[in-house]
Design a protein around this ligand. Structure first.
Ligand SMILES: Cc1ncc(C[n+]2csc(CCOP(=O)(O)OP(=O)(O)O)c2C)c(N)n1
Ligand SMILES: [Mg+2]
Length: 335
């Protein structure tokens, strides 16, 4: 593992920003009784950050319903994400998408996604674009252990291998799909073993260790950029909260299990690994913790003070546009 100070700072900042976004932003949306459900990625920060730190702004990424961390790690601004969660016009998608429809094409962020597994063919298509147009970009598809058994994943892995597309399939195995344990629902112990069926490398890493994720992704990205085709990376991780934060009594798992994973917290792991190296001090890391707290204060304030979308914009940004002037005249809104 060779990492310079700037990279270490970037990895830590991203992880604490995600943790703070989830632990501040999600309760805010709950208190405001917002209707859209939100899924916390707290606990899974090392996966999003370790993977995205190997990507450029131009590379593509398709995300899931549990996608706030992916967005932040890919460079989407937390305050426009917060505004999106609050349904405000300053949100990444003008307040009309919410948590599961955050996209930012300027960052190669193709979208969080309410349809389990749907990130995968999207990323595949982006990888095909890159190959056909010789753009040199790679595409990452994040998906969960539940999505791992969706048919579309297997069709996509097959096609990616046949066409040697520059795509990295990243399974975030957090142990559960809603309340269904992965070790019940999966036919094999490691999702990464399925790579053999598609003639691509399958790598299994500790998803609580940002350095392990970063290194494994680096190899997969290098392979993709060299035209050698796709890889499947499985990162073993854990979500700290329920499937959705507010409606899950968590009766399917034990306190002991939660404590076990929290003891392996990715942010703690980073501190324990990096501080003895002497490259960064505890005070500097504490300072970054505080900056992440301040950033979320500012993000919540920005979202709060932003207006709701104007109802006249409801038919904007869809495939068939409906002129605002006609809506104002109150003509039939059917299209
Ligand atoms: C196609 C489809 N099937 C079912 C659902 C309902 N659903 C939403 S999340 C989820 C579980 C997904 O589990 P996993 O892929 O492991 O992701 P995690 O929630 O653990 O991040 C299910 C079944 C859905 N949104 N889309
Ligand atoms: Mg899961």
């Amino acid at each position: 593992m060779e990492m310079d100070r700037d990279l270490l700072i970037k990895l830590y900042k991203m992880m604490v920003t995600i943790r703070n976004f989830e632990e501040r932003g999600i309760p805010e949306t709950g208190q405001r009784r917002m209707s859209a459900s939100v899924h916390s990625s707290a606990g899974q920060e090392a996966v999003a950050v370790g993977v995205c730190a190997q990507l450029t702004n131009e590379d593509y990424m398709g995300s899931t319903h549990r996608g706030h961390g992916h967005c932040i790690a890919k460079g989407v601004e937390p305050r426009v994400m917060m505004a999106e969660l609050f349904g405000r016009s300053t949100g990444s998608n003008k307040g009309k998408g919410g948590s599961m429809h955050i996209a930012d094409m300027s960052k190669g962020m193709l979208g969080t996604n309410g349809v389990v597994g749907a990130s995968v063919p999207l990323a595949l298509g982006a990888a095909l674009t890159s190959k056909v147009k010789k753009l040199g970009r790679v595409a990452v598809a994040f998906f969960g252990d539940g999505a791992a058994s969706q048919g579309v994943l297997h069709e996509s892995m097959n096609l990616a291998s046949v066409w040697k597309l520059p795509v990295i399939f990243v399974c975030e195995n957090n142990g559960y799909a809603m309340s269904t344990p992965a070790d019940y629902a999966l036919s094999i112990t490691h999702v990464s073993d399925r790579a053999a069926g598609y003639d691509m490398p399958g790598i299994h890493v500790d998803g609580m260790d940002v350095f392990a994720v970063y290194d494994a992704t680096g190899e997969a990205v290098a392979r993709a950029r060299a035209g050698e085709g796709p890889s499947l990376l499985e990162c073993e991780t854990y979500r700290y909260y329920g499937h959705t934060v507010f409606d899950d009594p968590l009766t399917y798992r034990t306190k002991e299990e939660e404590d076990h994973w929290r003891a392996r917290d990715p942010i703690k792991h980073f501190r324990n690994t990096v501080l003895p190296m002497g490259e960064i001090t505890a005070e500097e890391l504490d300072q970054m913790d505080q900056e992440a707290v301040d950033l979320m204060e500012e993000a919540v304030k920005f979202a709060d003070e932003s207006p709701l979308p104007d109802p006249i914009e409801i038919y904007d940004d869809i495939y068939v546009s409906y002129p605002a002037a006609e809506l104002k005249r109150g003509v039939n809104m059917e299209i």
